[in-house]
Structure formats: C-alpha cells, structure tokens
Design a protein around this ligand. Structure first.
Ligand SMILES: NC(=O)c1ccc[n+]([C@@H]2O[C@H](COP(=O)([O-])OP(=O)(O)OC[C@H]3O[C@@H](n4cnc5c(N)ncnc54)[C@H](O)[C@@H]3O)[C@@H](O)[C@H]2O)c1
Length: 391
C-alpha cells in the first residue's frame, strides 16, 4: 500500500484536523465521513474534501473495501462501539481520547485490536507538542536525576465553552472530566515518568456550573441571556446551569505511581485563564513549564547543597498547525505506523491506563476521597510480554 485511504466517524469540531491527512498525491487521503447529523456531512466536505463520500450510517464506511483506516472522532461514549466495529471490519484505527468512558470499554477495544492484527493509535496529540517533548527529553537525559514528584495544575479557562454547553456536561456521556480533558495530562504524567499510576485519591465538586435550569433551555432562548456570564450565541448553546449537569467543575487528584513516584493533578473549569503548569522534581533538580512564555525552566543541583543551583531556560520552538503543531505530526505518525511499521509514540495501552486512572479518581471523588486502586492492566495483559506495558 502506498497511499492510506481514510474514513472518519463523527464529523464535529475535532474532525477538522483530519484535513492534515487529506493529501491527494501524497501518502494519505480522506475519502469518506459519517455522522448522524446531516448538516455535519456537508460541513465536513467543505472543511476536508469536497468529493468525500458521506453517510448518516457509519457502518457503510466499514463495509467499503476501498477504506483502509477509520478515524474515530465521535463523542467519548461512542468510541468503544465505533473502534471495536472498525477493528472487527479489518480497518486500522485512530481513536480520539479518551479511549472510552469505562475501563471495560477500553479493554474491549484492546481485545478487538489484539484479535484484528491491525494497527491502532490513541489520539494523544499532547505527546507531539514541543513543550512536553522538551520536558520528556530533559527527564530522559538524566539532568534532574530520578523523578520522584510531579505537580500538574490545569486552568481550563473557557470551561463552559468546552464542556458545559454540550454533551460533555453529563456523566452518562463522559463519566467525568477527569477522563475528558485530564486524559491527556494523566497520560503525560505516565509518559514523563515512565510509570503508570497504581492508586489514587480525589476530591471535587460541581461548584459553579449546573443548577436548576431546564435541560432543554438554550442561551438564545433564555430570559437571562443579557446578564448571564456564560451566555453563548453558538455553536454550543445548551444552558451551562441546567439540571442534568453533573460533571465536577473543579477537582484535585493525588496519585501514587508504580515505583512510589507521587503525582498530583488539579483541574478547574471556571478560572478566567487557560494554562497548563507542570512541575517535575527529581533527585538532582526540577523542571517547570510556562505556557504563556513558551519556556521550560530547569533548576539543577550541581553540588550537594540546596543553595548551589544552576539554572537553564529552554525556549520552545513554535510549530505550524493546530494544537501547537501537534496535529499534523500525529497524523504523519499514524500514516508512518501503517505504511512504514513505525512504532507509535503512545501505545494503545496508554489510552486504557489514563482512562483507568480517571475512572478510579472519579470513584474516589464521588465517595468522599477514599484511596482507590487503579484497575491493573495485568488483568487484561496476563501472559503477554512486559514491553506491551510501556508508557
Ligand atoms: N485530541 C484532541 O486534542 C481533541 C480535541 C477535541 C476533541 N477531542 C475528542 O474528539 C471527540 C469529538 O469531540 P468534538 O469536540 O468534535 O465533539 P462534537 O460534538 O463537536 O462532534 C462529535 C460528532 O459526532 C457525531 N456523532 C454522535 N453520535 C454519533 C454516531 N453514533 N455516529 C456517528 N457520528 C456521531 C455528532 O453528531 C457530532 O457531529 C471527543 O472524543 C473528544 O474528546 C480530542
């Protein structure tokens, strides 16, 4: 095969990045798309390929022998159904994060992947951002010694735009936002440390969004649209203060990783600003990023005193393309995985483990903060070799 032919399931906001795969004359083309909404089909053609075959029934894509790979960009609760069906139909699969909204759903996808003999990639595009690649390289170089602690603060400014005006606000669609947004960060914690979390404890609440507004209320139809701080004109306009909203808008998770590494992850959806702040502390120093400045700061101990510090500052190179250039890179890697046999940066198991941590943390958070063990992969991986457990 010299050119990969791709079909896309779920043609909403995220499907826009599939344009990077559409390179007529190049190594991949996007030839088809499916969505349950007719308006999304035309939009997809406008955005990605005017000649794409489009359908309201995703199963039609799976039946076509001229489609080699399926990209799943449907809502989180549909991932397991769509990814498993695509693998069983003999397609390679790229599935957006979170892999599924339950550990069981993840395990069904991994099982289908193992049985299919096809290639599978989880959409962890943060691993392709220069900021986090830089941090990974510094850690791997040994400059901060052995990693012992990770602190992540995640300010999700515009949280209502992302999560509370749409399907994301209900746990039946997401389980919690510790799987949605946090699945990236939990994965980056696993990747940077090279270890998966083993147990967690968490606190959180629905402290700002949610409320007693009717579930069918939309911003344009609301009597308070002139005064409401979260009023929107589109495209996502469900009331952010509606009754069904039940996913925590601020949460704090403590984790113990394999090997005793400690990590914390804090997320808030009603802060004014958007920023991810990572601090990784090792036995010889620490690194911290600053997204506004696009820098990583390294402070290392060069002698055996705490006072004797050597500082280094890394300027992060800016890259072309969405998500700071990560999207075109992950698209290239998906094609290289299938056409050249290149190993993916994120193994499929990493998708499962970040969901397993998010589910355990959600359970803890909703039961008052008790310690919950992360469902180990060994249960699923019994009899398989250790390299499959890599982060
Ligand atoms: N990696 C990233 O950076 C990133 C960024 C944004 C979103 N995402 C992920 O992408 C996925 C989609 O998010 P989005 O923001 O585009 O959501 P969205 O609601 O804009 O789009 C989802 C689309 O799927 C369609 N759909 C729903 N049920 C379907 C079904 N049964 N069959 C076919 N289509 C169906 C919807 O009609 C909608 O058009 C989510 O899982 C999200 O987590 C990833």
């Amino acid at each position: 095969m010299e050119q990969l032919r791709i079909g896309v399931i779920g043609l909403g906001w995220r499907a826009g990045f599939t344009k990077y795969w559409h390179q007529p004359g190049g190594r991949s083309v996007v030839v088809a798309g499916a969505d349950i909404r007719a308006d999304r089909l035309e939009k997809f053609r406008e955005r990605v390929n005017p000649e794409a075959y489009v359908t309201l029934d995703y199963r039609e894509l799976l039946e076509r022998s001229d489609i080699d790979a399926i990209v799943v960009t449907s809502p989180d609760h549909c991932h397991a159904e769509h990814a498993v069906a695509a693998l069983q139909a003999g397609k390679h699969v790229y599935c957006e994060k979170p892999l599924s909204i339950t550990v069981d759903g993840c395990d069904r996808i991994l099982e289908a992947w193992r049985e299919s003999g096809k290639q599978f990639m989880i959409g962890f595009n943060m691993r392709y951002m220069n900021m986090y690649r830089t941090m990974k390289e510094i850690i791997d170089s040994g400059d901060i010694g052995e990693v012992k602690a990770v602190w992540v603060r995640h300010f999700v400014g515009l949280g209502s735009d992302y999560y509370y005006h749409s399907w994301h606000g209900s746990s039946r669609n997401t389980t919690s936002l510790l799987l949605q947004k946090a699945s990236h960060d939990i994965d980056i914690i696993h990747w940077l440390t090279g270890r998966y979390a083993a147990k967690v404890s968490a606190f959180g609440g629905v402290d700002y969004f949610g409320g007693d507004k009717p579930n069918d209320l939309t911003c344009p139809a609301c009597a308070e649209k002139e005064t409401c701080p979260e009023a929107k004109t589109g495209p996502l306009v469900q009331c952010a203060f509606r009754e069904e909203v039940d996913v925590e808008d601020n949460s704090m998770v403590l984790m113990e990783l394999e090997g005793g590494i400690k990590a914390s992850y804090m997320q808030c959806q009603f802060t004014p600003d958007y920023e991810r702040n990572y601090t990784i502390i090792g036995t010889r120093g620490r690194i911290e990023n600053n997204e506004r400045e696009q820098k990583v700061y390294l402070k290392s101990r060069i002698s055996h005193t705490w006072r004797d510090l050597s500082d280094r500052v890394y300027d992060i190179k800016q890259a072309e393309g969405s998500h700071n250039g990560a999207d075109p890179k992950i698209c290239d890697d998906f094609v290289a995985m299938i056409l050249d046999g290149k190993e993916p940066v994120a193994p499929p198991l990493a998708g499962r483990m970040s969901v397993a941590v998010g589910c355990a943390a959600t359970e803890s958070m909703r039961a008052g903060g008790m310690v919950v063990p992360v469902k180990p992969a060994e249960l699923w991986m019994s009899g398989s070799s250790a390299p499959l457990l890599r982060t």
